[in-house]
Design a protein around this ligand. Structure first.
Ligand SMILES: Cc1ncc(COP(=O)(O)O)c(C=O)c1O
Length: 283
């Protein structure tokens, strides 16, 4: 994803190519930084306040100094103004800084790296990979920290196996989430998604879809479910801020239902774009 604009707390917009962190920043040395990634529609970040809430919660769990929400909101505005892009990705970063010093806040605006609408048309193929049910506090379940090397390695493993993405399943076969997505599936008019009690990330898109589902005629069950439930569903899908709603057409090399994108994926994608306002609806 090409970096379009960069703003640094206390400094404002700087050249996107300028180095802005110290080499001994704890975020870099140990992955002790919280981050958020959100979608920009019509030049505005979607559900920025929800992302700031989650960033603040992540920072607290990692033991970072309190997030300065007002400063980061202003920083996001500055970066978005400098990028002047209607459709983009906004990242907020709150790193520990170097030992004994103040945290560093960054706002990065990037171009959307991939044509996700084209991916949406054909659907994605998932493979299940062993993941950890992060239900002990030190496992940092539900925390969005920059220690994402495991998630990126899982994506790479999925591609190595000829799929597009992974879904983590714990040692007991319980479905968790994807490396950067929440997962869902449908039977009849009921949508199923793993409970936050399993330590999965409380996706902002997940929350948007939970809100939208009843008006679309779907009831939702959050709980502890096995991979076989997902594999035998009428359809499956993933949700995330950048990729939005993606239909899952294959799981572990077998088609999900008829192997074609399903109606709930289409309905929920439309509802997400409607929630994003007039700019979300254009495409
Ligand atoms: C592990 C994980 N689960 C779920 C999500 C989806 O969250 P959101 O809808 O807030 O983008 C993400 C987003 O990056 C993630 O990293």
């Amino acid at each position: 994803m090409t970096l379009l604009a960069l703003a640094v707390a206390g400094r404002g917009v700087v050249d996107a190519d300028e180095p802005v962190l110290h080499a001994d920043d704890e975020g870099l040395l140990r992955g002790r930084a919280a981050f958020e990634t959100m979608r920009v529609y019509g030049g505005r970040a979607f559900r920025l306040d929800d992302h700031l809430d989650r960033l603040a919660a992540s920072a607290e769990r990692i033991g970072l100094a309190d997030v300065d929400r007002d400063a980061l909101r202003a920083l996001a505005d500055e970066a978005l103004g400098a990028a002047a892009a209607d459709e983009a990705v906004l990242r907020l970063l709150w790193t520990a800084g170097r030992a004994g010093s103040a945290p560093v806040g960054l706002a990065l605006v990037s171009a959307i790296g991939e044509d996700w609408d084209a991916v949406r048309e054909r659907g994605v193929r998932l493979v299940s990979l062993l993941g950890v049910k992060a239900d002990a506090p030190w496992l940092l379940g539900g925390v969005k920290s920059t220690s994402y090397a495991v998630n990126m390695a899982a994506e790479a493993e999925a591609r190595r196996r000829g799929a597009d993405d992974a879904v983590f399943v714990d040692a007991d076969g319980v479905v968790l989430e994807g490396p950067v997505t929440n997962v869902w599936w449908r039977r009849g008019d009921t949508l199923f998604t793993p409970s936050l009690e399993l330590g999965v990330l409380a996706g902002v898109t997940r929350a948007t879809l939970l809100d939208a589902a009843p008006a679309l005629g779907y009831r939702v069950e959050e709980g502890t479910f096995r991979l076989a439930d997902m594999a035998g569903a009428d359809e499956a899908l993933t949700s995330s801020s950048v990729r939005e709603v993606l239909p899952v057409v294959e799981l572990d090399a077998a088609p999900v239902a008829d192997g074609r994108p399903g109606r709930a994926a289409r309905d929920l994608q439309a509802a997400l774009r409607a929630a994003a306002g007039p700019h979300g609806r254009v495409r």
